[in-house]
Design a binder for this molecule. Structure first.
Ligand code: SF4
Length: 230
């Protein structure tokens, strides 16, 4: 299996853990705000294969608590369960990042006890999912299925939304709040520009808007919080 990026150590990607982050290229979404588009559209070549990754992780045993498997979208790969199984076999905790469009894959990973933490993006309110996912045919029932599955999984989880000035308003956060009501962790992250972001017209919301959106969603999700707001 091809690996498109490896962050050898991070204190940020896996809450309360020292982790390495593995990036798998390719994704079924085309989010116009994507920060990793060079690995989504295949313009960046892989940096290693899974054997080299396993060899790196063998050497880091005892130094890292866990491994974050992210993308792109990891759940598009049939080999994902065997990749994670190998990582867990070395004694690492595994956090999976997903766009929520593959509940059957998540269900199967959960049933095999292959993940310890899951982070799912909530791109926008249901009506605006096509806009923010860049996928006109996205089925919001599938997204809802992932939300329910994760909230009932019994493992640690978080939902998160990258908030974009041009895409989100207060009523979107009313709708998102109702969708994930009672979730135990939900983070609103401020969009920041980067030269690889596909849509160059997108901008960051103001700090005041972030506070307003947080207050709106906290009516339904008291545990909601801001992350990385400047
Ligand atoms: S789901 Fe994530 S990786 Fe895929 S296009 Fe959207 S932001 Fe990029």
């Amino acid at each position: 299996m091809k690996i498109h990026g490896l962050q050898k150590m991070t204190l940020l990607d896996y809450p309360s853990k020292v982790a390495a982050t593995v990036f798998l290229g390719g994704c079924d979404f085309r989010c116009p705000y994507c920060h990793n588009f060079e690995i989504v559209d295949g313009s960046m070549a892989p940096i290693m294969d899974d054997k080299e990754l396993f060899s790196f992780l063998q050497k880091r045993k005892g130094l890292l608590d866990g491994v974050v498997v992210t993308g792109g979208e990891p759940c598009i790969y049939m080999e994902l369960p065997s990749l994670i199984s190998e990582i867990k076999g070395m004694g690492y905790l595994v956090k999976l990042d997903t766009n929520g469009n593959h509940p059957h894959v998540v269900k199967s990973l959960l049933s095999e006890d292959l993940i310890d933490y899951i982070a799912m993006d909530i791109k926008n309110s249901p009506a605006k999912y096509p806009l923010t996912s860049g996928l006109p045919t996205v089925d919001v029932n599938t997204i809802k299925e992932s939300i329910d599955l994760i909230m009932n999984s019994g493992i640690d989880y978080e939902f998160r939304t990258t908030v974009i000035h041009e895409h989100h308003n207060v009523s979107d956060f009313e709708e998102i709040g109702k969708w994930i009501e009672g979730a135990k962790a939900y983070y609103l992250q401020q969009f920041t520009d980067r030269d690889t972001v596909p849509d160059k017209t997108l901008t960051s919301p103001s700090k005041e808007d972030m506070q307003l959106f947080l207050k709106t969603v906290q009516k339904y999700v008291p545990a909601a919080a801001l992350r990385g707001v400047e």
